[in-house]
Every structure is written in C-alpha cells, then in structure tokens.
Design a protein. Structure first.
Length: 261
C-alpha cells in the first residue's frame, strides 16, 4: 500500500514549478491531491485542479467546504503559492508592490494554515499518531539578509515564524497537526522566466547555479521530495522545524549575492 493511500492533500500554486512537482509526488504516493492555482496546469497533470486565489479568504472557505464535501477529510496542506513582484530594494518598492507580495506570500499562507487546521480537526480522529501535516514553502531569503528584494524577503520571513507559531499552537491544543517550513535556494521555476528570456535558459541556470556551492540550481523535484517526507508519517515527530534545501548557500560565507527561490 502506498504511504499516503487514503489521504487528501491540497497544494497551492500547483500548476507549475515546485507545486506541480509536489502534486505529482504526493499523488504517486497514493494521496488524492487537489491542485489549487489561478492558472491551469499542463494537460494531463496529476491531481484534481481547482481554480483558487490564496489571497482570498472566501476562496479558502469555499475550497475547504468543497474538499470536505467531496472527500470527507483533509490530511495535508502544502502552502506553495508565491510571487516575486519586482527585484526592488526598500527605497524603490512601492506600497502596491509590498501589499501584493504580502497578500499572497504571507497572508495567503496564514489563511491556508487557519482553514487547514479547521479541516484537519474534523477529519483526523482516525490518525492518532499524526492527524495532519502543513508544509509551508518559504525561502533562504527568510534565513539570510539581502539588499533586495525587500517585500519578498519580509514575506518569506513571516512564513518562517508563522510556521513555528502554528506548530506550537497545534501541539498545545493536542490537535496532532504538524507544521514545518521549507527554505529552497534557487529553483528552476517560472519565477525566473524573465531572466531566462533575457539571457537564455541554460546560460541563466549556469549563472544562478554558480551561486550554490553544490554547483547547480535545484529542480522542482528536489524540493518536492522534501515536502513529500514532511507530509508523510515518516516525519511524524517533526514539527516547528525549518528545512533548508539550498545547495549549501547558507552553510558559510557567500561570495556572491544570494538568490531567492
């Protein structure tokens, strides 16, 4: 039997990048996966697609109600959706850019955690060892400073500490719901499309990969595998933790500017 057989998962930003890789991996492990995104996934993609705006509380309420009505439970939430609205420093960031970034990267994760807990509390009674797992995708921008982009760094820092707060709250309430954060370095996702268009994909990947001691960028599956482990009962004693997958960027002195995922 597959390790996630019978479990139901929601993955936000599931149409591409880390989200799409995670949907495929969770589905391959036996889970029923709902992929939420504002854009449609590729033809033949794994999971059930639902158009979903993470910045809308009404959308979260509707998604939870739909999942519980159709599947009767929620076991896993992966808060992956995120944006990078301009590579702008603190002086050049506009209020509109700041609010747009925070509404998705930070507030969207808050809403996801809030409503996932509601759903997992209802449906987790038959999983006494681990009633639910929330995995929040942050960034190394939450762990090390950067001169920019300001709004992105702030939003990912918020995700890091929100994850710990959620983990401790759920432990205190004895819900059996775990919450952890994942912090990638540079990952080959659509967030880098403007750079690929400017200098070519392979040249761009080589340049960004050179910032990582391991010598390459991450592929979405590299991060998806870590998320799969955190979603599963293999990590049942892990909560309130942060997991770095950055090819060594945060391990020591950095010769070049760090690259946000």
């Amino acid at each position: 039997m597959s390790e996630l057989s019978g479990q139901v998962a929601i993955v936000t930003g599931g149409a591409s990048g880390i989200g799409a890789a995670t949907v495929t991996l969770l589905a391959g492990a036996g889970a029923t996966v709902i992929s939420g995104d504002i854009q449609k996934p590729a033809e033949g993609a794994a999971g059930e697609f639902v158009e979903h705006d993470v910045a809308s509380e009404d959308a979260w309420k509707a998604l939870l109600a739909d999942v519980l009505a159709r599947h009767g439970r929620l076991d896993i939430l992966v808060n992956n959706a995120g944006v990078l609205v301009g590579l702008t420093n603190i002086e050049n960031t506009t209020v509109e850019q700041w609010r747009r970034t925070e509404s998705i990267n930070s507030e969207g994760v808050f809403l996801g955690c809030k409503y996932a807990i509601e759903g997992m509390k209802v449906t987790g009674a038959d999983k006494p060892a681990s009633k639910g797992s929330i995995v929040n995708v942050s960034s190394i921008a939450a762990l090390i400073g950067s001169a920019g982009p300001a709004a992105y760094s702030a939003s990912k820092g918020a995700v890091r500490l929100l994850s710990k707060s959620v983990a401790l709250y759920c432990a205190e309430k004895k819900y059996g719901i775990r919450c952890n954060s994942v912090h990638p370095g540079g990952v080959d996702t659509p967030i880098f499309n403007p750079l690929w268009q400017a200098m070519g994909r392979e040249k761009g990947k080589e340049m960004i990969g050179s910032h990582h001691p391991i010598g390459r960028m991450a592929e979405p599956e590299d991060i998806g595998e870590m998320i799969l482990w955190l979603a599963s009962d293999r990590s049942r004693f892990v909560t309130g933790a942060e997991f770095t997958a950055d090819g060594g960027v945060t391990s020591g002195l950095i010769r070049r500017s760090a690259v946000a995922s």
